[in-house]
Design a protein. Structure first.
Ligand code: F6P
Length: 756
């Protein structure tokens, strides 16, 4: 049926159209011919009778004139013939033609010719009985003087009959052609489908699956497909770990690094450090884990790979913790890699971090309706700080071809700067936030410089293919570079950068989930902390206090939930863990005030005794606390207005080894493309979001388990080791190719040199 609709229906429609057009053309032509013939005939008839009519008219013998007309009218096609004398009065007439063609009627319609004036008419008209052709011709004497006019009316109804017949024949002929063409099309389609299938199977199995086919190589047009399939198979095999030890893990990542890239540790450049040394109120030193998706993802990778993490030393006790080279080994007690801290002056931090990175690039990359601010002074600081960090990276490498991971929008210029110092380095950049489309990106006054800086990398990674495409479009619009979208690469200044999607993830098995108490104990503790009864329903949100996270919309959805479902009042509490963030920026301070105001208003509106619907915990929370809340909750709501990935969603999944809890997830996160078993919502649509929260709260345990199991299986497979491993494997391929082509060039040069 589908084949009929897709192939035969259009064919039949086209042929029917052709038949209709052909019939119309043939009929039009035939009709023109008939009319011309009948006109000629009318003139011949009158010419033949002219002499007799002239003689009888001259003698005034009307009877004989009538007899000549009767002779003329014996022809079947002639309906009527008249001789009209002076003043278009009837001299004689014959036949029973329509009254409109009698002499006086013609005189009325076309005017009575004056004495000696000629009236000549030759027309086809639709008369009551059908089509008629009529002529009015002057009857001349030998001297050319007008004696009278002869009117002849021909019956043309035969034309309509012939036209109808012609239409029937044409339709019949085209119907036969349509049937034959359909049969032929079906036959050819089946034949080529079979051939294509056989050839495809030959490609996939190298001839083994096609009996008697032998092992001939596939046809030329199938060769590109063959190499694609082989590549895919080898990628899949590599990713699935065939021959390399199963699912991606810390060990496998480390093996990949040492075996594939012959690397002994990597140098990571990221603004945020994974461990912050802070001076507590009592003067003691404590170590904090910052609230950062980047840190969540990268820290396990660094523990697996070892090396150095170059970052901004932002903690109040950071200086006290480092050695003479500004290094400190972490994680505390494990010490598998080092942090190299770079110190920034307040001006540098204001211009580079708060200014260009977070008032310029952050709102530029997120569709959250905050206008980016671009100041020349901030840009100068951004350039300067990128150079300082690039230099620190170069100080930390242990050879001329190190592996360097450059992270995020804080360091768009660093890859080019590192490349200038270390031309043979393998530089992998990853952009943790969305990449805007070219039109939007173009509002940045330094769009070209940012792109050029990033293309100092060997590999540029984004969370999604859409962001890669946006990046390609930006390069296309702003730089003179060669794009190869099929290979997903950009060549600038003779150097190739791969541009690929690598959706980021978390470690699996997850360290924090493994260390947390059982979910029932977490729940008991959390409910006790919040002063809630054991049967309370609990929702949780975990974010930095950032305007991209949709925290206001989230609280409004909770308000709407309680409006629509009054039975939840007194029973459902939403806990929002919000880490203060970028507090020197006005937009962040304003957001914080608005969130407070909404929470207070909703709490005041629905308060019942000691119960409040919203618990706003505005402080930095360490991962063990966050995981306790995630394990205790019935619902986790991630409502980002725009988010590259959002790892809280994946952490919630990792936290729920009891396969309970429901994730309500904004469609505008990268995570929504992967965690499709979550309840996906548009966070702006408060009705939809509140309905999803209600569904989540009421979801039966077996459905929760089915959804959670599927998401856990996904995150387990697509964990952060796989993310890093895929980038390293791609970088290794590029590196190997570069080495081979360098060797080839050297070889060619030496051949040329020995030539006489
Ligand atoms: O993904 C973007 C990101 O780097 C996240 O890792 C983190 O949540 C945030 O931006 C950076 O926050 P901060 O400005 O506190 O380093």
């Amino acid at each position: 049926m589908r084949a009929f609709v897709r192939v035969l229906l259009p064919l039949v429609v086209v042929l029917a159209g052709l038949a209709w057009a052909a019939a119309a053309l043939l009929n039009g032509t035939a009709r023109a011919w008939y009319e011309k013939d009948v006109g000629l005939r009318a003139h011949l008839v009158v010419a033949g009778a002219r002499e007799a009519l002239a003689t009888h008219l001259a003698s005034g013998d009307r009877r004989r004139v009538g007899a000549v007309l009767a002779e003329i009218a014996r022809d079947d096609r002639i309906m009527a013939a008249s001789v009209c004398g002076r003043g278009m009065r009837t001299v004689a007439r014959t036949g029973v033609g329509p009254s409109a063609y009698e002499c006086d009627a013609l005189g009325e319609r076309f005017g009575v010719p004056a004495e000696g004036e000629r009236l000549e008419l030759d027309r086809v008209e639709d008369a009551e009985g059908g089509l008629v052709h009529f002529t009015v011709q002057p009857l001349l004497d030998d001297d050319g003087a007008v004696l009278a006019h002869v009117a002849l009316v021909h019956d043309l109804s035969f034309v309509a009959r012939r036209e109808a017949a012609l239409r029937r024949y044409t339709a019949g002929a085209f119907a036969i052609v349509a049937i034959l063409a359909s049969i032929l099309t079906v036959f050819v389609r089946r034949l080529s489908w079979r051939t294509w299938n056989e050839e495809l199977r030959r490609v996939l199995t190298l001839g083994r699956s096609v009996p008697g086919a032998g092992v001939r190589s596939p046809r030329k047009e199938f060769q590109p497909l063959l190499s694609d399939v082989r590549q895919l198979v080898s990628d899949l095999a590599a990713e699935q770990g065939h021959g390399t030890g199963g699912r991606w893990s810390a060990e496998r990542l480390h093996r990949t690094l040492t075996e594939t890239l012959h690397g002994e540790g990597i140098v990571t450049l990221a603004n945020r450090e994974p461990y912050i040394h802070d001076r507590a109120a009592d003067g003691s030193m404590r170590v904090l884990h910052p609230a950062s998706g980047l840190v969540t993802a990268l820290e396990p990778v660094m523990r697996a790979c070892s090396g150095v993490w170059v970052a901004h030393g932002s903690g109040t006790a950071d200086r006290a913790a480092v050695d003479g080279h500004d290094r400190v080994r972490v994680p505390p007690g494990e010490e598998s890699y080092a942090i190299r801290r770079v110190w920034l002056t307040p001006e540098e931090e204001r211009g580079y971090y708060y200014g260009f990175a977070n008032e310029g690039l952050w709102p530029l990359c997120h569709v959250a309706h905050t206008r980016p601010v671009f100041r020349a002074q901030d840009w100068r600081e951004y350039q300067r700080v990128n150079r300082r960090f690039a230099e620190a990276v170069c100080e930390e490498v242990d050879g001329p071809d190190p592996i360097v991971l450059v992270q995020d929008y804080h360091f768009a210029l660093a890859p080019r700067m590192i490349r200038e110092r270390l031309p043979r380095a393998t530089i992998i950049s990853f952009w943790h936030v969305p990449w805007p489309n070219a039109e939007r990106f173009g509002i940045c006054p330094w769009a070209n410089e940012l792109l050029d800086g990033m293309l100092g990398s060997s590999v540029v990674g984004f969370h999604t293919q859409l962001h890669c495409n946006n990046f390609f479009d930006g390069v296309d619009r702003f730089l003179e570079a060669r794009l190869d979208r099929e290979r997903q690469s950009v060549v600038l200044g003779g150097r190739e950068s791969l541009v690929r999607a690598y959706p980021i993830s978390i470690d699996w098995p997850n360290r924090w989930a493994a260390e947390a108490p059982p979910p029932s104990e977490c729940r008991r503790q959390v409910l006790a902390e919040l002063g809630l009864p054991p049967d309370a329903k609990l929702g949780v949100g975990v974010d930095r206090l950032d305007y991209t996270k949709g925290i206001e919309e989230r609280l409004l959805a909770v308000e709407r939930l309680l409006e629509r479902f009054p039975h939840l009042r007194g029973r459902f509490t939403f806990v929002q863990l919000s880490a203060p963030s970028r507090t020197l920026i006005d937009k962040y301070r304003e957001l914080s005030e608005r969130v407070d105001a909404i929470a207070s208003r909703v709490n005041a509106r629905f308060a019942e005794g000691a119960w409040r619907p919203i618990a706003l915990l505005r402080a930095h929370h360490e991962p063990p606390t966050i995981f306790r809340y995630l394990r205790a909750a019935d619902v986790c709501y991630v409502s980002s207005l725009h988010d590259g990935m959002n790892l809280v969603a994946k952490e919630f999944v990792a936290a729920r080894d009891d396969e309970r809890g429901v994730l309500v997830l904004s469609r505008f996160t990268g995570a929504a493309r992967e965690l499709t078993e979550a309840l996906l919502v548009n966070p702006y649509d408060i009705e939809e979001a509140s309905a999803a929260l209600a569904t989540a709260i009421a979801m039966p345990p077996d459905e929760q388990a089915a959804r959670m199991r599927a998401m856990r299986a996904f995150v387990a497979d697509f964990n952060v080791y796989r993310w890093a491993g895929r980038m390293l494997v791609d970088a290794a391929r590029l590196r190997q190719r570069d080495r081979l082509s360098t060797r080839l060039n050297l070889g060619l040069r030496s051949v040329h040199e020995v030539k006489p």
